[in-house]
Design a protein around this ligand. Structure first.
Ligand code: PLP
Length: 365
C-alpha cells in the first residue's frame, strides 16, 4: 500500500518531547512554545508568529484579530479544503467565492474586482497543493479597495513567491501542522504577521485575553479564546522545522521525477510552477483531461486496486449544502478542475521505484 501523504519523523522529535516529559512542562506554556514561535518567525522572515491548536483556529484567529464579523464579506476560493470557508462563517461573516486559474489552481486575481461590494472586508487566497496565488495582483486590489488579505498557506508552507515565503505577503498568513502537512505536530497551526500590533492582538486573543495583575490575579478586558498549543506539540514542531528545507528538497525531487515520467502522456496535465515561484508540491497533483484513456474516477479506482492511494481534487465548496446560497463569481474553472484533478502519493518517504510504479499504472492502457 502506498499512502497519499504520511508524516516523516527523522529528527529530534523524541528528544525534545522527552525533555517536556522529563521536566513536567507538558501544557500550554513552556520553552518550546516560545522557541517554536521564534524559530518559525525567523524561518518565514516575518515579524511575529503565534502558535495555535490547528490551522483552522489560526484562520479563525486571523479573522477575529482583523475584526471581521457580522455584515462583512470575505472573498475566498471555492477549490479548497473547506476549513477557511467555515472560519468565515464562525465569525459571522459571509464567504463570496471567486474562481481559480486553469494552470496554478489557485485564486484568479483577475476575477476579484468584479465581485467586490461595499461589504467586502478581506480577500482570503488559499495556496492549494503547494503553489501560491498571484500575490502582487491581490495586494494591489486590496490596497485599491482598502481590504485585508489573509493567506491560507497551510498547503504551501515553504513555497516562495518572488523570494518571499507564502503566507508572509498579506496582512496575516496561516499554516497547519496536521499529520498530512509538510511538517507536523500531530495537530497544530501558526499565524504570522509583519504588523507587530496585529501579532500581539492575535496572541492576546488566543490566550483568553489574560492580563496577569500584580497580585497574580487574572483580568480580561474582552472575550478571548483558548487557541493555544501545548509545549509537548511545540517541541515536536521545533524538531520538524529543523528539517523543513530538506523536506522541501525531497518534495521537489519527487515532483521532478513524476513530471519526467508523465510529461508525454496524452490527456495528463502536469502541475505548473510560475516564474518567480517555488512550488513545494505538497501534494503532487495532475489533471486527467477528456482525451486520457480512462475517466478521472476510473484512474483513481485503478490505482486503488494496485494498492495506491490517490484522491480527487477538492469538491467545490460552493456546491456544499451550507454554501449553496452564497454569492459567487463565474465558477467555470473551479467546476472543471474539481472534476479533473487527482492528488498522487506525496509522502516524504516515497521511494523512486514507488513513483515509477505509480506512473507505469497511469500509462497502462
Ligand atoms: C489543512 C488545511 C487547513 C487547516 O487544517 P487543520 O486541520 O485545522 O490544521 C486549512 N486550509 C487548508 C486549505 C488545508 O489544507
Amino acid at each position: 500500500m502506498i499512502p497519499l501523504c504520511i508524516p516523516e519523523i527523522r529528527g529530534n522529535e523524541w528528544k525534545y518531547i522527552k525533555d517536556c516529559l522529563d521536566t513536567n512542562w507538558v501544557s500550554s506554556v513552556g520553552a518550546y512554545v516560545n522557541k517554536f514561535e521564534d524559530d518559525f518567525q525567523k524561518y518565514m522572515n516575518s515579524k511575529k508568529a503565534v502558535v495555535t491548536m490547528n490551522g483552522t483556529t489560526a484562520l479563525e484567529l486571523a479573522l477575529r484579530t482583523l475584526g471581521i464579523g457580522i455584515g462583512d464579506e470575505v472573498i475566498v476560493s471555492s477549490l479548497t479544503f473547506i476549513s477557511p470557508v467555515n472560519t468565515i462563517k464562525y465569525v459571522g461573516a459571509e464567504p463570496v467565492f471567486v474562481d481559480v486559474c486553469r494552470d496554478t489552481w489557485v485564486m484568479d486575481a483577475d476575477k476579484i474586482e468584479e465581485i467586490i461590494t461595499p461589504k467586502t472586508k478581506a480577500i482570503l487566497p488559499v495556496h492549494i497543493y503547494g503553489h501560491p496565488a498571484d500575490m502582487d495582483k491581490i495586494m494591489q486590489i486590496a490596497k485599491k479597495y482598502n481590504l485585508y488579505v489573509i493567506e491560507d498557506a497551510t498547503e504551501s508552507l515553504g513555497s516562495l513567491y518572488k523570494g518571499k515565503a507564502a503566507g508572509t505577503i498579506g496582512h496575516i498568513g496561516c499554516y497547519s501542522f496536521n499529520g498530512n502537512k509538510l511538517i507536523t505536530t500531530g495537530a497544530g497551526g501558526m499565524l504570522v504577521t509583519d504588523d507587530e500590533k496585529l501579532g500581539e492582538k492575535a496572541k492576546y486573543l488566543s490566550t483568553q485575553t489574560k492580563t496577569v495583575l500584580e497580585n497574580g490575579g487574572f483580568y480580561h478586558e474582552e472575550i478571548g479564546y483558548n487557541f493555544r498549543m501545548p509545549n509537548l506539540l511545540a517541541a515536536m514542531g521545533c524538531a520538524q522545522l529543523e528539517n523543513v528545507e530538506e523536506y522541501i528538497k525531497i518534495k521537489r525531487e519527487n515532483a521532478k521525477l513524476y513530471n519526467s515520467l508523465l510529461k508525454d502522456e496524452r490527456g495528463i496535465t502536469l502541475p505548473s510552477e510560475k516564474e518567480d515561484v517555488r512550488n513545494v508540491y505538497w501534494l503532487y497533483s495532475i489533471l486527467v483531461e477528456s482525451d486520457y484513456h480512462f475517466t478521472r474516477d476510473q484512474l483513481i479506482f485503478k490505482l486503488k486496486e494496485n494498492g495506491i492511494q490517490a484522491r480527487p481534487f477538492f469538491m467545490a465548496v460552493h456546491e456544499m449544502p451550507p454554501y449553496r446560497q452564497c454569492r459567487c463569481g463565474d465558477m467555470n474553472i473551479t467546476n472543471e478542475l474539481a472534476l479533473k484533478g487527482i492528488n498522487l502519493p506525496s509522502s516524504l518517504g516515497l521511494r523512486e521505484d514507488d513513483i515509477e510504479t505509480i506512473c507505469k499504472i497511469i500509462k497502462q492502457q
